[in-house]
Design a protein around this ligand. Structure first.
Ligand SMILES: C[S@@+](CC[C@H](N)C(=O)[O-])C[C@H]1O[C@@H](n2cnc3c(N)ncnc32)[C@H](O)[C@@H]1O
Length: 373
């Protein structure tokens, strides 16, 4: 993949840009195997699951910079001035097509880009997610609600320019903090979730829910987990850190009478419940909005897909000493994955696979199937 922004030194986020894709994949495979070797010496590695090299990201999280007449969407340089990246080549084409209309909208209603140095302005970030069907979820992250009515008034015109806009919201982020968003979300559309159809499963993503960054690779990851779930014939499945329920909804083999998900975001849990209601046998799915660490739960098959920090000692210990016959661990951080596997000596890793969720960067997703010794 070639990127003009990278070549011109304007954006260096994709650190592997210029490295041939087959080399990126081979290097990641070596890194993943090295990370797991001390804790899973006998694991069998399936062929890595490759991605499209470009146009794979379903979500853009842009800093809004520039000025009221000429806003930029992208990143900030070292002087905290906006660098516009609206043709970023790793974003899905449906995002690239939508960016000009969104920038026009911000300029037309005169939202002032947040000035990080002076701590003034209206809009801090623009976060846009696309479904595989090309529908959009658009979030305006604002410093205050002073311009909320202007955004509401402008929305019909924006929807005429972007008929694929399904969900829009404002996120209130008044504090001067390094995090991307605040707690309060104000929905601007009747529809509250983006529908993400993967095969025969529809997932529902609300503004504050999490979804994997690369839809095609996420679909491959869920298919892999579903195959492993079928092989292990569990009567109960527990999906910890379940987000909007991607694993739970795909990994419900006929043998599983109960499928339970736990996730800290209430927004994500309501999406998971909505998806479950569309399944042929909705009664066997349940979801709780809770901290995974708060309660010790168990099932024949436990699936975990924690944030980068991993499970930590408490959750790893109760899985290790619990009744689960199998564990599927999907991780975006091989270092914490290896540390957690070391905390679970009663489980043996039997199969692993690299999923290249983040081409052009050194990040990777690794999924492992473990069985009780
Ligand atoms: C890597 S995402 C996985 C989401 C989901 N499995 C999927 O495939 O989309 C991690 C999820 O863990 C959730 N999370 C973070 N801390 C948590 C906690 N302490 N308890 C439960 N869920 C948590 C996040 O909100 C996020 O949805």
């Amino acid at each position: 993949m070639h990127c003009d922004y990278f070549s011109a030194g304007r954006c260096r986020s994709c650190r592997l840009m210029g490295v041939p894709y087959h080399r990126q994949l081979a290097d990641k495979q070596v890194m993943a195997a090295q990370a797991l070797r001390p804790v899973a010496p006998e694991v069998r590695w399936a062929d890595p699951f490759a991605s499209a090299e470009s146009g794979y990201r379903n979500k853009a999280k842009w800093v809004v910079g520039g000025d009221r007449r000429n806003p930029t969407i992208g990143i900030l340089d070292e002087r905290r001035e906006g660098i516009d990246l609206r043709r970023c080549g790793i974003c899905e084409p449906s995002l690239i097509e939508a960016f000009p209309a969104l920038v026009d909208f911000i300029a037309r209603i005169g939202l002032v880009p947040y000035d990080v140095n002076r701590r003034i302005g209206d809009i801090k970030y623009l976060i846009v997610t696309t479904s595989p069907q090309g529908q959009l979820l658009v979030r305006f992250v604002l410093r205050s609600l002073d311009r909320l009515d202007d955004i509401r008034r402008g929305l019909p015109a924006l929807r005429s320019a972007l008929p694929q806009l399904a969900v829009a919201s404002v996120n209130l982020h008044p504090e001067h903090k390094a995090v991307l968003e605040g707690d309060r979300e104000i929905l601007l559309t009747e529809e509250s979730s983006l529908s993400i159809r993967l095969g025969d499963v529809s997932l529902y993503l609300g503004p504050q829910g999490f979804f994997q960054t690369n839809t095609a690779v996420a679909a491959g990851l869920y298919r892999q987990a579903a195959d492993w779930a079928t092989q292990t014939t569990p009567t109960s499945v527990l999906d910890l850190y379940c987000g909007i329920g991607g694993f739970a909804l795909h990994c419900a083999p006929p043998s599983a009478r109960t499928v339970h998900g736990v996730e800290i975001s209430a927004d994500a849990v309501s999406g998971a419940r909505r998806s479950a209601a569309t399944r042929p046998d909705p009664g066997r799915f349940t979801f709780d909005a809770d901290d995974a660490v708060a309660r010790r739960l168990d099932a024949d098959l436990v699936i975990v897909n924690p944030p980068r920090r991993g499970l930590g000692a408490t959750v790893a210990d109760w899985i290790d000493t619990g009744a689960a016959r199998h564990l599927i661990y999907s991780s975006c951080n091989p270092a914490t994955l290896a540390a957690d596997l070391a905390r679970m000596p009663s489980l043996r890793a039997i199969e692993a696979r690299l999923f290249d969720m983040f081409p052009q960067t050194a990040h990777m997703e690794v999924a492992v199937l473990l069985e009780r010794r």
